[in-house]
Ligand binder design. Structure first.
Ligand SMILES: *[C@@H]1O[C@H](CO)[C@@H](O)[C@H](O)[C@H]1NC(C)=O
Ligand SMILES: *[C@@H]1O[C@H](CO)[C@@H](O)[C@H](O)[C@H]1NC(C)=O
Ligand SMILES: *[C@@H]1O[C@H](CO)[C@@H](O)[C@H](O)[C@H]1NC(C)=O
Ligand SMILES: *[C@@H]1O[C@H](CO)[C@@H](O)[C@H](O)[C@H]1NC(C)=O
Length: 292
């Protein structure tokens, strides 16, 4: 009897031991803003192929409420319990060895750790856990500024204040001479002002777009400006004026040569005719011949 039990324990032990450590849980976001939604997912990785999942239980381990919040079993279906029975919550995925729940309209009370328990026959329970960090997200003052520094270079700066810290990325139509630098200022109310700036010596016209990312935003804030270097246009204008003059001179040379030849040719002809007819002419050729 005792021997049999020990034997059974031994044969189940490898699976039981490995099974217990093989529930991996994760959330689709580490920090969840109030009002947002989050999906927590637990996966049972087991090499014991004779597993039969009887029930998956989700428990809240800490925070405002602790206890079972949801169960899913073949015999009883899906159930939500406690404060989660009247919340925007659902099982997102229910394939054999994976369980996921989505909580919508997240409240500060969702802060804490959640445990997912797979009840497996004949191995028993395997569990994993995942923790949520809930933030009262806010964002204010997203702005982009362009100023000239002492070298007459453009200083392009984008900033925003928020909780958690906003993220700033750039989209510029030209490769930059300098990578944007990030600065952050922590305020006592836990909001953070993030400033990203860079210096750019413009050559012509460039488009600068600053993109502010924040979990409280359903879509990113896009701030866009075009910078034109007036100095460049001035120089380019005078450049084109000079080249225009050069082009005019170059074009005039062959015309002058042609005119010259025509005159010479006409005068030669006239000279012969003049000789044959011995006509006294007061043509301009006499004048020109005198010049030639
Ligand atoms: C889930 O279980 C099936 C069979 O039980 C197995 O083929 C599959 O690899 C498992 N998936 C994961 C993610 O463990
Ligand atoms: C500045 O922040 C952005 C995103 O917020 C990041 O992509 C970039 O690498 C950061 N740059 C520096 C210099 O830290
Ligand atoms: C950057 O700008 C280009 C052109 O304006 C646009 O096609 C591209 O989608 C932008 N990229 C991002 C990440 O916004
Ligand atoms: C970028 O902003 C920081 C903080 O405001 C400032 O100290 C720094 O001089 C700025 N950098 C440039 C290139 O203007």
């Amino acid at each position: 009897m005792e021997r049999g039990m020990v034997l059974c324990l031994f044969c189940c032990l490898p699976c039981w031991v490995s099974g217990s450590s093989q529930v991996q849980c994760s959330a689709d976001k580490g920090t969840v803003p109030v009002g947002g939604s989050v999906t927590m997912r637990c996966k049972l990785n087991s090499d014991c192929n004779t597993q039969d999942i009887l029930q998956v239980t989700w428990r809240k381990q800490s925070g405002e409420f602790a206890g079972t919040i949801a169960t899913s079993s073949r015999s009883h279906g899906q159930r939500f319990l406690g404060p989660y029975s009247n919340r925007k919550v659902r099982f997102a995925e229910e394939i054999q060895n994976c369980s996921a729940i989505t909580i919508g309209s997240v409240t500060p009370g969702d802060q804490g750790c959640f445990q997912c328990i797979f009840n497996i026959y004949p191995l028993g329970a395997s569990m994993g856990s995942v923790c949520l960090d809930i933030t009262e997200a806010s964002i204010s003052d997203p702005k982009m500024e362009i100023n000239l520094d002492s070298n007459n270079d453009h200083v392009i700066s984008c900033s925003a204040t928020g909780k958690p810290a906003p993220k700033i990325t750039w989209n510029v139509t030209r490769t930059l001479e300098q990578n944007p630098q990030n600065y952050s200022i922590n305020h006592p109310d836990q909001t953070v002002t993030v400033i990203s700036n860079f210096t750019h010596r413009t050559l012509g016209r460039i488009h600068v777009t600053c993109v502010v990312h924040h979990p409280s935003l359903s879509s990113d804030i896009v701030l866009s400006k075009a910078i034109e270097d007036s100095q460049f246009f001035e120089t380019s204008n005078s450049l084109s004026m000079t080249s225009l003059m050069i082009a005019a001179i170059v074009a005039a040379i062959p015309i002058l040569i042609i005119i010259f030849y025509v005159i010479v040719h006409l005068c030669m002809k006239e000279h012969i005719i003049h000789k044959i007819h011995s006509h006294p002419g007061t043509h301009f050729c006499f004048l020109s011949r005198r010049f030639l």
